[in-house]
Write a protein that binds this ligand. Structure first.
Ligand SMILES: Cc1cc2nc3c(=O)[nH]c(=O)nc-3n(C[C@H](O)[C@H](O)[C@H](O)COP(=O)(O)OP(=O)(O)OC[C@H]3O[C@@H](n4cnc5c(N)ncnc54)[C@H](O)[C@@H]3O)c2cc1C
Length: 414
């Protein structure tokens, strides 16, 4: 059983089918009829079309699984059963908790961006920039947030939209608790993003987070304030605290390196709902892969399940060409960072899941099935001979369009 209908759930489903074949019954327990896919909240507001949707019933059916529209309420580890919101008791042999985190608004009077449901609010803000008397628009992250990519994307794409429309007098500011932009990706990314923001005229305030938005000012902690007529914030992550399972004070579930939930036999967890501090799609997918391998090992299908070794891969939409970022934070030899305008993994999916990246990319008919893999930069001699190299940019554009669901979004990555 997989509880959830987002990134970790989809990756777990695809990985389990690939490892275990068609035999075991897989049940997907999720309340919403569509795949939760948060990057659309960034790409879609800049397009006139509706974002692309991925129905869970269809995803489940095409992978020999059943989707039950219900929510997990409690886990009874002794009986190996879950209790659901509609009062069902469902048995499991292995259970993957992929229920994500709640993203909550945390700053009064701001627009909190949490996922696909916020597309219209951002669209309305953008559409009203001409008449609304907004001179100062601030993008801010909550304290404790580590995955900042959407904040920078929203600011950069808004700057592009303002320039394209020839709007005068709207000033953009990013406020981040990081000491350097996209600090997760180290000093090289920091330098490039700082330059990018400066080129677009976006002011950057580091080492701070807002406490109050009123009277045309955003008050900051530890000190100072910035002018602000409106603010767009990233929702703050909170754990679900599922009864029957261990969790920390904020409701996040502790797991080991094989994504096994501590003190809960046969239960695994992956994604934003775990105690791992980086709430990011690629990380969620890697945890789901570790869970799938551990389950396959428990069923005797895999001899040595690979542990979760975090590598963060992000594609930053800039309004011009995307920037690919990779940070190996799995330890051992120290962290290593890469930044490039050429894809650092293939296919260059927005959420870099080993199975789900290629699966969502297959919506592009000319891409054959594969699993996601890291790429190294081709040497000059190799460059002309690499069959996929010339297509890299076209594919990146196609995948950005898939996120936004529209032709017009070519402009996002032009
Ligand atoms: C605006 C924005 C942009 C982002 N952009 C990127 C990006 O470009 N790249 C990237 O890697 N990451 C990105 N992320 C982060 C990424 O979306 C998350 O890290 C990822 O979705 C986490 O996956 P998850 O499966 O843990 O949770 P989710 O994808 O949130 O899925 C949780 C699922 O569980 C379901 N659920 C909830 N409660 C229950 C319950 N009780 N029972 C059953 N099901 C339940 C929900 O309906 C949902 O289907 C972005 C996040 C935001 C907010």
């Amino acid at each position: 059983m997989i509880a959830g209908g987002g990134v970790a759930a989809l990756e777990a489903l695809l990985a389990l089918r690939s490892l275990l074949g068609s035999i075991p019954a897989i049940l997907l327990l999720a309340p919403q009829p569509e795949l939760a896919y948060a990057p659309v909240a960034v790409a879609a507001p800049f397009s006139a079309n509706r974002p692309r949707r991925f129905p869970l019933a269809e995803i489940a059916r095409s992978h020999g699984a059943d989707w039950v529209q219900d929510s997990l309420v409690e886990v009874d580890g002794e009986r190996r059963q879950v209790r659901t919101m509609f009062g069902q008791r469902l048995d499991y042999d292995a259970l993957v908790i992929a229920t994500g985190a709640r993203r909550r608004p945390w700053l009064a009077n701001s627009i909190a961006v949490r996922g696909a449901g916020d597309v219209d609010a951002i669209r309305t803000l953008l559409a009203g920039l001409e008449q609304s008397g907004i001179d100062e628009l601030v993008f801010a992250a909550p304290p404790g947030e580590s995955a900042m990519l959407p904040l920078y994307e929203l600011a950069l794409l808004t700057a592009g939209s303002i320039a394209d429309r020839g709007l005068q007098g709207v000033r953009l500011t990013i406020v981040t608790p990081e000491m350097s932009p996209l600090a997760l990706f180290g000093p090289p990314a920091g330098a490039i993003v700082r330059q990018l923001l400066a080129d677009r005229g976006i002011r950057l305030v580091t080492g701070a987070y807002p406490t109050d938005l009123s009277a045309g000012a955003l008050r900051l902690r530890p000190s100072a304030s910035v002018p602000a007529d409106r603010a767009v914030t990233l929702g703050r992550c909170e754990g679900m605290g599922i009864p029957g399972l261990p969790h920390d004070a904020e409701g996040f579930i502790p797991i080991d390196q094989h994504a096994r939930v501590k003190e809960a036999d046969g239960v695994y967890a992956a994604g934003d709902g775990t105690t791992f501090p980086i709430k990011q799609g690629g990380i969620a997918a890697q945890q789901a892969d570790a869970a799938a391998e551990a389950i396959a090992a428990a069923f005797g299908a895999v001899a040595k399940p690979r542990p979760f070794k975090p590598i963060v891969r992000d594609m930053l939409l800039t309004g011009l060409e995307p920037i690919y970022l990779r940070a190996d934070i799995s330890g051992g030899g120290g962290d290593s960072f890469e930044v490039d305008t050429e894809p650092l993994w293939w296919p260059p999916a927005k959420i870099a899941g080993r199975h789900m990246g290629p699966y969502l990319a297959q919506q592009e008919p000319w891409l054959s099935p594969m699993t996601l893999a890291d790429r190294t930069r081709p040497t000059l001699a190799e460059e002309g001979t690499l069959a996929d190299h010339r297509g890299a940019r076209e594919l990146a554009l196609a995948l950005a369009r898939t996120d936004a669901g529209c032709q017009e979004c070519l402009a996002l990555t032009r």
